[in-house]
Design a protein around this ligand. Structure first.
Ligand SMILES: CCC1=C(C)/C(=C/C2=NC(=C\c3[nH]c(/C=C4\NC(=O)[C@H](C)[C@H]4CC)c(C)c3CCC(=O)O)/C(CCC(=O)O)=C2C)NC1=O
Length: 165
């Protein structure tokens, strides 16, 4: 599992090179956004339960078939599993925010997820929509719109949508 600093050190050490301008710029951006990333992660963590509930309501309002008979989130158990998944996405997004790196998402969330979802019939499109709603709520809550905030959500969306995993 990596953060911006350990990832850069790993990359440069592998080539036996000193940090160059690109690396310094990347590290500068990491430290420059540090306080904002921590603040955002703290706000998201403190409001997680409400955000997940709200994202769920919005998702089921947009795609009501999910919670109708035949829908993947139909029955109390599956409804709860869906909200729990949204909670995972939000929690791991806060970790990625602090790390300034998406490695934790690849390692702990996305690995094998498409296979699990496809074997259980969990629809990818609506799941991605759920992650995007979480992103919108995160922007609304923090008042931030920077790529550093949206990246974890967009990374999970992109990787989950990827056709050939
Ligand atoms: C931390 C990393 C991690 C992730 C991401 C994770 C996801 C995950 N979601 C699952 C199920 C599920 N996931 C959903 C989710 C949904 N259904 C919908 O229609 C919606 C679109 C969506 C919610 C947004 C549902 C309904 C199930 C239960 C499916 C079933 O058992 O039939 C399962 C199968 C096992 C279980 O039910 O617990 C896993 C492993 N588990 C993990 O450990």
């Amino acid at each position: 599992m990596k953060d911006t600093v350990t990832a850069a050190i790993g990359r440069y050490d592998a080539k036996g090179r000193y940090f160059d301008r690109d690396a310094i710029d990347e590290l500068k951006a990491y430290f420059a956004t540090g306080t904002a990333r921590l603040k955002a992660a703290a706000a998201l963590s403190a409001n997680a339960a409400r955000l997940v509930r709200q994202a769920g309501s919005q998702l089921f309002e947009e795609i009501p078939d999910l919670i109708r008979p035949g829908g993947n989130a139909y029955t109390t158990r599956r409804y709860a599993a869906c909200l729990r998944d949204m909670d995972y996405y939000l929690r791991y997004a806060t970790y990625a925010l602090v790390a300034g790196n998406t490695d934790v998402l690849d390692e702990r969330v996305l690995q094998g997820l498409r296979d699990t979802y496809s074997s259980l019939g969990v629809p990818i499109g609506p799941t991605v929509r759920g992650i995007q709603i979480l992103k919108d709520l995160a922007m609304e809550l923090t008042g931030e719109t920077g790529a550093w905030l949206t990246l974890p959500f967009d990374h999970m969306s992109r990787e989950l949508s990827e056709r050939n995993l």
